[in-house]
Ligand binder design. Structure first.
Ligand code: PLP
Length: 434
């Protein structure tokens, strides 16, 4: 299978090229403009088919001309020591829980699969790579966990000193081994600038084989198809709920939703996608007006969705080609903070379950859709509630238990190197990894 560039359809690259390049040369994003019809494969999955079997068969359909089925199976085994789970919330909402991975958010699926794929390709060629990334807190931990102890790869994560939460800092700095945390005396913008300048330094980039692992990477998107396919296979019996499912996706950069759309393009039957957004509603405005107008982001409780210029919009537009086509398959609802809080309380009152604010935005959107169109809906649960324990405890006045992984991390010593926010300081650190 080949992949093209949203800004230049003459481009044709392999999966390997796409994952190591990240962003296409034009500044566009890689995606598949021709997809295999996998509907028979998807139909063959049953509730007994494991997540890893589904991931292997699906990934092999994409990567079959670059890797053997055994190699793909090994990547999947190395990536996924965790699974999604289905969980009912009332009669009509099925939560697809994607937060059982090492950093407790859905981003673990994409990051782990990307890490394992890179390790496999580098190993085949005895090459080494350095992953360089900046984080404002949350996204870095999925990358750190995913690449931990991967052979032939060093990861350098820049974060702004004293501007991430204590727990986030622990998640970034306690792994050690091939994960190097750099505490930058500066802001998140400084961290991003340093990373950008390092990639702009051709010498450094070539000699270290500098690579990014951010959320637009095609390798991450690939894994974000698997759990939609798995959810459908799980719902096939006893009485099939699996025909024409509707999925609600709490969205920020729209990478998660684009994964679902990709699965659908390959033949997964889906009635509708619901893009649940918070006050950052440029996508909803686009569906309503046909105009895409990026905005500065607005801070909300569901902060991983505070995005004013969703990066995957470009992929969605390349896929659908027009707002009319997009409207046929995607609906969007914007959910405010009062509704978000109310959903957190009412989920607890009704079912004694804690839900994170991102998941809550999705649930409100699911109910809004169900009012118009009764039926069943699969609502994606994107982060573990314990990651947002402060907020939930304030709303419910009840202590949210921390999973053992988070408790353990809190007790470990921080290993980070403090650097000034300048290019030389970063370059000097990177030289040491040669
Ligand atoms: C990143 C994130 C989202 C948004 O996902 P996108 O792919 O950017 O749309 C939603 N919820 C949580 C918890 C996240 O970490």
């Amino acid at each position: 299978m080949r992949f093209t560039d949203t800004r230049n359809r003459n481009v044709s690259v392999s999966f390997q090229q796409a994952i190591f390049t990240g962003l296409a040369e034009s500044g566009g994003l890689y995606y598949a403009d021709k997809n295999p019809d996998l509907s028979q494969l998807f139909d063959s999955f049953t509730p007994q088919t494991s997540f890893n079997e589904i991931a292997t068969a699906t990934a092999y359909a994409f990567l079959g001309d670059e890797l053997t089925e055994t190699q793909v199976g090994d990547i999947v085994q190395s990536a996924f020591h965790f699974e999604p789970k289905l969980n009912r919330l009332g009669n009509n909402i099925i939560l697809l829980e994607l937060f059982h991975g090492p950093s407790l958010s859905f981003k673990d699926f994409g990051a782990s699969f990307l890490a394992a794929s890179m390790e496999a390709f580098l190993g085949k060629q005895s090459r080494h790579a350095v992953i360089l990334t900046a984080t404002s807190g949350d996204t870095g931990s999925a990358v750190a966990q995913a690449f931990y102890k991967k052979a032939n790869i060093d990861v350098v994560i820049l974060y702004p000193s004293e501007k991430v939460s204590p727990l986030q800092e622990k998640q970034l700095t306690t792994l050690g081994e091939n994960i190097h945390a750099l505490e930058v005396r500066g802001t998140f913008d400084d961290c991003q600038r340093l990373v950008k300048n390092a990639f702009g330094n051709t010498n450094l980039k070539k000699s270290l084989n500098l690579t990014s692992a951010n959320s637009i990477n095609l390798g991450r998107l690939t894994a974000q198809t698997f759990y939609y396919i798995w959810a459908r296979s799980q719902l096939k019996t006893p009485k099939s709920e699996a025909d024409d499912l509707t999925f609600t996706v709490p969205s920020g950069n729209f990478g998660n939703l684009t994964g679902g759309v990709w699965a659908h393009l390959c033949g997964l039957p889906v009635k509708k996608f619901i893009a649940a957004v918070n006050a950052n509603r440029v996508f909803l405005d686009y569906l309503e007006t046909g105009e895409f107008k990026p905005q500065p982001s607005i801070a909300t409780y569901s902060n991983a969705m505070d995005v004013g210029n969703p990066s995957n919009f470009e992929r969605l537009l390349a896929i659908y080609e027009s707002v009319d086509n997009m409207r046929k398959e995607i609906e969007s609802y914007s959910v405010n903070s009062r509704e978000t809080i109310k959903a957190i309380s009412s989920a607890y009152e009704k079912t004694q379950q804690f839900i994170c604010p991102h998941t809550a935005v999705g649930i409100v959107a699911s109910y809004l859709h169900l009012k118009k169109q009764p039926g069943k809906i699969v609502s994606l649960a994107t982060a573990h509630p314990a990651k947002f324990a402060d907020l939930i405890e304030k709303v419910l006045n009840i202590t949210v238990p921390l999973p053992t992984s988070l408790k353990k991390v809190q007790a470990l010593p921080k290993i980070a190197e403090k650097i000034d926010a300048d290019d030389e300081a970063l370059a000097a650190f990177l030289e040491r990894l040669k």
